[in-house]
Write a protein that binds this ligand. Structure first.
Ligand code: UDX
Length: 447
């Protein structure tokens, strides 16, 4: 990449601070749109890996997009805030906001850390664009900090809605773009950044800071509520002998309800939905609006109950005793097409079963390395058939396509007992029963 000073360059030059799922994808995709991009991470190994065209996590298509744009000289990575500020004048903050330990609230230290590190290098006219998911009020605080440490630098809040597994597609073709601004100048610069998308007709919503910040947590809260709603129905279905899969299909035809995010099963996990609804509750409490969000506590409880319910079901299927039994988990990641095991329902269940005395063998197509880092005492296998050998019970915990393609008759040959729990409601129950399996699906009739 040639590097004339930023003032002489006509093409927009962007920086992306933080190269996790959000930042690495945003950097590569902005380069794909034709911008010149520099990404920053404080971990030198990550920067080296990205500069060599490798993505430090699994995300379909991302590595190809990254390599194509490195080759075209449109994206590079650094650890230097000075280099970033020298190169670009629009800076996207994409660092993580994990749950604080011992609290529901979000830990925003990386966001403020990034702003503080960047501020001394910024010039008047630069734009700091927040994409991280933050408690409402954060953008305003950043603007106040920058007013003193980097006068003339403006803040924009531009939440990101990408799903892991579809991150490239969601970044290049989002459902909508939301920008919280405080000046027409900032709005027009954001319109320039997203011009290729706006031209395609993608809705571009301009709001104030708090609305932009709230849009993200409101969207995630709604999605989490939808999943917990159908999982609550699954609990009732189990008691009533009804079928939650058919129920979801039937209510989903009502276009006011819609058929998406009505997949009953082991519930939601990952680095976003669980911590975002908790952080939202914590922030509402600080603002004196805690009553408005008490329902999210129930959403969280219903979700966590799916995990304990699956452990109870496993115990029941194995005659009331887990000690001495061998259980194979199909899936370790929080969702398919990802290697992310953060708050993974599958791993939570695996650990609970192991703590109750079962020998647990975990299979996952992409997640075993990350899983082993967090739970080194479980046994892992990258071969599904080997993982299932001598199992008394299999639990289908993450809906990778590979598990739907398994021949139940072939799997029957390697296990000790033909017991399976479909905790994601994605297996063909009739086919498994026909192959002689005792299959239990969450929220569905026993036979
Ligand atoms: C989510 C939001 O979808 C995204 O817009 C936001 O930017 C980040 O958080 P992600 O965490 O990648 O994205 O996963 P998502 O596809 O939303 O799934 C979250 C969890 O819900 C997964 O564990 C998934 O298995 C579970 N899920 C999803 C269900 O249990 N049932 C469903 O019907 C859908």
């Amino acid at each position: 990449m040639n590097s004339p000073t930023k003032q002489t360059v006509q093409t927009l030059r962007l920086s992306v601070i933080g190269t996790g799922y959000l930042g690495a994808t945003h950097a590569a995709c902005m380069a794909e749109l034709g911008f010149e991009v520099i990404g920053l991470d404080v971990v030198p190994e990550k920067v080296d890996l990205l500069n060599s065209g490798k993505v430090p996590f699994y995300e379909p298509e991302l590595e190809e997009v990254l390599q194509r744009n490195i080759a075209a000289g449109r994206v590079k990575f650094t650890t230097s805030f000075a280099e970033v500020a020298d190169f670009a004048d629009i800076h996207f903050i994409c660092v993580g906001t994990p749950q604080q330990s011992g609290s529901y609230a979000a830990d925003v230290s990386q966001v403020f850390g990034a702003v503080e590190s960047l501020a001394p290098h910024l010039s008047p006219g630069d734009l700091v664009v927040g994409k991280s998911t933050v408690p409402v009020g954060t953008a305003e605080k950043i603007a106040e900090i920058l007013k003193i440490s980097a006068p003339g630098v403006e803040v924009v809040w531009n939440p990101e809605f990408l799903r892991e597994g579809f991150a490239v597609q969601d970044t290049l073709e989002p459902d909508r773009l939301v920008v919280g601004v405080t000046s027409p100048g900032a709005e027009s610069r954001m319109r320039a950044v997203y011009a290729p998308m706006i031209e395609k007709g993608i809705p571009f919503l301009v709001t104030d800071f708090p609305t932009a910040e709230l849009v993200k947590v409101a969207a995630n809260s709604f999605l989490a509520t939808k999943i917990s709603f159908i999982n609550a129905m699954a609990e009732v279905c189990e008691s009533a002998g009804a079928d939650v899969v058919q129920l979801a299909e039937a209510i989903g035809y009502d276009t006011r309800i819609g058929n998406k995010f009505l997949g009953a099963g082991l519930g939601f996990g990952g680095g976003c939905l669980p911590k975002d609804i908790r952080a939202f509750m914590a922030r509402a409490g600080e603002l004196g609006a805690e009553e408005a969000l008490t329902f999210l506590r129930e959403v969280d409880q219903i979700n966590l109950r799916r995990r304990s319910h699956t452990v109870d079901l496993a115990r029941k299927e194995l005659g009331g005793e887990l000690r001495g039994k061998t259980i194979c988990m199909f899936g370790a990641t929080f969702k398919p097409d990802s290697d992310d095991v953060r708050d993974s329902p599958a791993l939570d269940v695996a650990v609970a079963l192991a703590n109750a005395g079962a020998t647990v063998v975990v299979h996952d197509p992409k997640g075993t390395v990350n899983a082993e880092r967090v739970y080194p005492t479980l046994t892992y296998s990258t071969d599904a058939m080997k993982a299932a050998a001598h199992a008394d019970l299999i639990i289908h915990a993450t809906e990778w396509m590979q598990y739907r393609e398994i021949d139940p008759a072939e799997l029957a040959k390697v296990v000790s007992q033909k017991n399976i729990i479909d905790a994601r409601n994605k297996l063909d129950v009739a086919a498994w029963r026909a192959a002689g399996w005792n299959i239990r699906a969450l929220g569905r009739p026993t036979a």
